[in-house]
Design a protein around this ligand. Structure first.
Ligand code: FES
Length: 484
């Protein structure tokens, strides 16, 4: 439909816009760039669709307007973008009457506005925070759902890790993504840009191409494949694991059993001390739950295979002793599961558990867990004690004691990831996970932090937080206060 003349507003005199000297004007709160070229006048949005640079600082040649920042160029009449997959530029109808320039800002027509997805891809590939921030900001402003944005980030991470990363780097990036998103979700939607950008940074990096992993031909069964996955994990052969996982997916009907199987492999006694296994599998399980297999298959199958099939040196003497001690416990956990029903009313000696965990004696450390399980204390409750114990030990460690903080952090992460293991793997997985977390407390005995009752408040003032959620809110608020 043609625009009516009444929509035109006078924005400048023709003398204000000589050829070669563009002028910026405001119309209805919007910044418009005016150009004269070969005797005709043009009006465009003054913000470059790429990253918002003022186009009045750009150059015009042969009817092509080129932004001065990254050189993206546009048809100054129709707004079409010549560069990569960028959005088209808004351009407006212009009339000259009585030596005045009139612009109709309602006349921009329909322009392609999906380049934020390409911008996001560009930011992910280039690892450029500014580009990522811009892309996410545009997506949030245009009402693209957070789920849609994250889906693309997660898919990119899957390909990036599959083609560029091993277990350690890939795991670190996965942790950065998932933790960033978790932090972001504690903020109001309007305040999520920075944490989401940091999360996306974790997923960024080159992503190459590779042939699709082909499933094994029949006959293969669940029994055979899960057996091979265990064997390849023990043999440190990640490619075999990935192949079997993809075959399981194509076989169908076993999706629900894959995460518990991965946990079982990751909790084998020989993985004692591999503190990243549990939290990383938890992150993969959470992404799977949120996005589904279609979106995260490559990430889950490839990274889980790399984690379980990672190269491992021979265990040192003490760890070897721990592995030997854990083997019979591990073997008896199924039996424990069949005879143990947890009870909320179970007598729970939390102090005894704490003492055992930090006793510096391996047998006492493992026994403390076994005793609590046999007393029918819930795994969730034991894990909570471990989280509190780790936090308490952190609170009693001087900030400047650098070497200790990495270990204390691992205690906290590992203890809290027991809950996720329990949630996705059930009792036997959760119980095994407790021993892996307990090993971390034992191996941190050099920190020499004495045991104390967690029931006693640490300081003279209590926080007033009556729940975990409230405590977290207080931490987030204090971070906001200091404007981190
Ligand atoms: S901001 Fe214009 S090309 Fe990048």
């Amino acid at each position: 439909m043609p625009n009516t003349q009444s929509n035109f507003v006078r924005v400048a005199d023709v003398n204000d816009v000589p050829e070669g000297t563009p002028k910026g004007v405001k119309v209805g709160g919007r910044s418009i760039a005016l150009f004269q070229y070969q005797g005709s006048f043009y009006a465009t949005d003054n913000q470059c669709p790429h990253m918002g640079y003022p186009l009045t600082r750009g150059r015009v040649r042969n009817g092509v307007l080129t932004c001065d920042w990254h050189g993206w160029s546009y048809d100054m009449k129709g707004g079409g973008c010549f560069t990569g997959g960028c959005d088209d530029l808004d351009t407006f109808a212009v009339e000259v009457r009585d030596r005045g320039i009139y612009v109709d800002v309602s006349s921009r027509g329909s322009k392609r506005k999906d380049a934020h997805f390409l911008l996001l891809k560009e930011g992910l590939l280039s690892e450029d925070n500014w580009t990522l921030s811009k892309a996410i900001a545009i997506m949030l402003a245009r009402g693209v759902s957070e789920q849609e944005t994250l889906k693309r980030v997660v898919q990119h991470l899957g390909r990036h890790i599959a083609t560029e990363r091993g277990a350690n780097d890939g795991g670190r990036e996965l942790a950065m993504l998932v933790n960033g998103v978790k932090v972001a979700r504690h903020y109001e939607p309007d305040d999520r840009l920075i944490p989401l950008m940091i999360a996306a940074t974790g997923a960024s990096g080159r992503a190459g191409d590779r042939p699709a992993v082909q499933p094994l031909p029949p006959p293969v069964t669940w029994q055979k494949l899960q057996h091979w996955i265990r064997v390849f994990s023990a043999d440190k052969s990640w490619e075999g694991i990935e192949k079997c996982l993809i075959t399981l997916r194509r076989l169908g009907g076993h999706d629900e059993r894959i995460i518990p199987l991965l946990y079982e492999c990751a909790l084998e006694p020989f993985f004692l001390g591999y503190v990243e296994n549990l939290p990383l599998l938890g992150f993969l399980a959470e992404l799977l739950e949120e996005f589904g297999w279609d979106q995260v298959e490559e990430l889950v199958c490839n990274l889980a295979a790399k984690i379980l099939g990672r190269d491992r040196g021979a265990p040192e003497e003490l760890r070897l002793a721990a592995i030997k001690m854990f083997e019979p416990i591990n073997a008896s956990i199924n039996e424990l599961a069949s005879t143990t029903t947890t009870s909320k009313a179970a007598a729970y000696d939390e102090d005894a558990l704490d003492k055992g965990l930090v006793s510096g004696n391996l047998a006492q450390t493992f026994n403390a867990i076994t005793d609590a399980l046999k007393a029918r204390v819930g795994i969730d409750r034991i894990a909570t004690t471990m989280v509190l114990l780790a936090a308490d030990r952190m609170a009693r460690t001087p900030v400047n004691m650098n070497p200790g903080w990495g270990s204390l952090r691992q205690e906290l992460i590992l203890a809290s990831s027991v809950r996720t293991a329990l949630r996705y793997g059930g009792f036997t997985i959760g119980a095994r996970a407790l021993y892996h977390a307990a090993w971390q407390f034992f191996s941190d005995r050099w920190l020499n932090i004495s045991a104390r009752s967690l029931a006693e408040p640490l300081g003279t003032t209590k926080s007033g937080a009556s729940s975990e959620e409230m405590g977290l809110r207080m931490v987030m608020d204090s971070i906001e206060t200091i404007q981190v």
